[in-house]
Design a protein around this ligand. Structure first.
Ligand SMILES: [Fe+2]
Length: 235
């Protein structure tokens, strides 16, 4: 069978494995040259998730407990497209984030900020027939980390997308416009291309806000597309 693989991303749009200012990359970066493996059927046909895997309230992080979480309620929505501009339909989008005080509901997080008993900070949904997703959540707080002295992560929401194949899998972070911590954050600044970095910043979107209820942010995501048919000029 002739397998059509996926394009490799432009290297300047992706963070390098080693970025010394982002301290943990010093330990986890590969020390040997990578081996490029050709795509096979298993990476381009799965995994596939069905509607039954996603619960009714999984896309509303403000309704997963008895009470309402504290913080600024927001709606985060966007369209998932492939590199050719086609919507990525019915595919899994997962998010996880800190609460409004900048604390994760996780045993490894010992930041001296309060936990919120009404906020777990994890959600998932499937894109619709046009590639759209939508979450209702709370705006996360910034939090300190031990990368360097007085280091703080800008407010962010972690995203995981599978697309239609393992080769399109994307794990990334969404940031908020105007955050003063973004330009000094080694994680996001490790991406060489400035335009690519800015694609990680959501847009404030009054159109997706809900009157007297929640503000809206739009975050569109592009996953790897299949190789387009090569163009051949008429000789
Ligand atoms: Fe985080």
């Amino acid at each position: 069978m002739n397998i059509r693989g996926y394009r490799r991303p432009d290297p300047n749009t992706q963070p390098p494995y080693l970025y010394p200012a982002y301290r943990s990359t010093r330990r986890r970066a590969p020390t040997k040259p990578l081996i490029v493996l050709p795509h096979t059927l298993s990476e381009i046909t799965g995994p596939v998730y069905g509607h039954e895997d996603v619960g009714e309230l999984d896309d509303d992080l403000t309704r997963q407990h008895h009470g309402e979480p504290l913080g600024e309620r927001i709606i985060v929505s966007g369209q998932v497209l492939d590199e050719d501009g086609h919507p990525v339909r019915h595919s899994l989008v997962e998010i996880w984030q800190a609460n409004a005080a900048g604390r994760y509901a996780h045993t490894n997080d010992n930041h001296a900020a309060p936990l919120d008993p009404n906020f777990t900070g994890a959600g998932r949904t499937l894109t619709d027939a046009d590639g759209w997703y939508r979450f209702v959540t709370i705006k996360p707080g910034a939090y300190p980390w031990r990368n360097h002295e007085n280091a703080w992560r800008p407010a962010h929401i972690h995203f995981s997308l599978f697309g239609h194949a393992f080769a399109t899998r994307l794990v990334t972070q969404m940031y908020f416009p105007g955050d003063p911590l973004f330009p000094i954050d080694p994680v996001s600044q490790s991406i060489p291309d400035q335009k690519a970095r800015e694609r990680l910043i959501a847009h404030f979107d009054l159109g997706s806000a809900q009157s007297e209820w929640a503000l809206g942010y739009r975050f569109d995501i592009v996953l790897r597309g299949r190789e387009a048919t090569p163009f051949e000029a008429l000789a």
